[in-house]
Design a protein around this ligand. Sequence first.
Ligand SMILES: C[S@@+](CC[C@H](N)C(=O)[O-])C[C@H]1O[C@@H](n2cnc3c(N)ncnc32)[C@H](O)[C@@H]1O
Length: 214
Amino acid sequence: MSKPDLKHSSCKNGIWDRKTADWYVARWGKQPLHRAVPELCQLASTERVLDIGCGSGTVVREIAARLSTGEVLGVDPTPRMIELALEISDGHELSVPVRFIEASAERLPCPDQSCDLVLAINSLHHWEDVEAGLAEVRRVLKPNGRFVLIDDLWEEIQRHSGHHHSEAQQESHSHWISPETIAESLTTAGFSSTSCEYRAPEIAVSTITAQPRR
Ligand SMILES: C[S@@+](CC[C@H](N)C(=O)[O-])C[C@H]1O[C@@H](n2cnc3c(N)ncnc32)[C@H](O)[C@@H]1O
């Protein structure tokens, strides 16, 4: 599996500049993983879904295409990502409401207990403040809702880091958070969680499903 090489990367407080966002979306905006997300998160057809760090919105559209009722909201703090998500979504006929809002994990534009499913796809390791973001996820989730985090596999990333010593690759992997550390943060934030690996052609990810502890 090839990994993002953020050699064009320029970001401030988690917000990517236009050039970086354009480069990322051209290279990684649509991946085999994105098509697998509805199955990986065991989507029901009537859910209210939030995708945190939605990028150009590919997963939002994949989810929306499988819902009969409900709605999908994608949030991302990078203005260019939201611009691209809106541009690409224009003309897509979807049977449920889809919205994109410029916002970060640390301050979600959702009422308390309003979401059945919250997603973070290759997103959490970009958050400025994971603790604050997880507190927000807990706030917006319904008591029986779930938070599904999907990240490229840690072992694969380490293997690639070992094989490629370019400065850009070291930099792009330096802030990666292992599934074990994520699980610990989830426990501290009041979630119980289970994790598993999923491999399919061109996909190798860890999936963590977390639910608010009562
Ligand atoms: C690697 S991209 C993943 C995009 C998309 N989820 C995908 O799978 O293609 C990470 C995204 O996280 C966003 N991001 C950065 N800081 C964030 C934060 N504090 N809260 C939410 N998203 C953030 C970036 O703007 C970027 O769009």
